[in-house]
Design a protein around this ligand. Sequence first.
Ligand code: DC
Length: 230
Amino acid sequence: MLPLIAIDGPAGSGKSTTSRAVAARLGVPYLDTGALYRAIAWTANQRGIDPRNRAGMVKLTENIKLNFTEGETETRVWVDGKEVTGELRTHTVTKMVTPICEIHAVRERLVELQRRWASRGFGVMEGRDIGTVVLPLAPLKVFLTARPEVRAVRRSLDLGIVDDKEALSRLAGELAERDRRDSQRSNSPLRQASDAVVIDNTDLSFNQQVNRILSLAVERFSLKLYGVNS
Ligand code: DC
């Protein structure tokens, strides 16, 4: 069986770095589906479309040309031929993406693109609803999580604001709000698939969590990987 792995989890759980490392070690492609939702938010911002304007958002989603490919360190995304990869992690996009990913038409279009990507049968796909909605038949599903305060500190390290107590507390609040909205939306909420393996990485090192997933893959897909036991 070819290795096709769904990795879900809340913001700041280390999904992206972990998924990328797992994919690199297995020699399969990696897709960060959050980047696609962010690309829609980026476009809405550029065009001045309010995320609450559902009709406007549906039209935008139907009309834009979205291309993506695997980059050295992240999923690269193009909107109507323009590369937007470097512009997807701004505060504005992060704020706009939450209401946008609740819109049914947006999810429908992106889920279709994601399934097409996975149709070759191998790869590591990371997001919020991969194991539950996008690839319900994925042979290996992982739900990665960590305590909220640990996730907030990790995000602040990414942003270089770990010494700023006020910024850290604001970030923790925003993360909690994003978790709440991601988990409570009616359309494809963040939740673990019943057959997902849950890995709480609060007390795990990066290498430990990557190795844990690789061990699962070795076992599930009958692989041989140097230095990894099932
Ligand atoms: O993983 P991220 O922070 O880049 O995701 C951006 C937003 O997109 C986040 O609010 C959750 C949402 N998302 C989603 O709803 N479904 C996915 N499969 C991936 C991301």
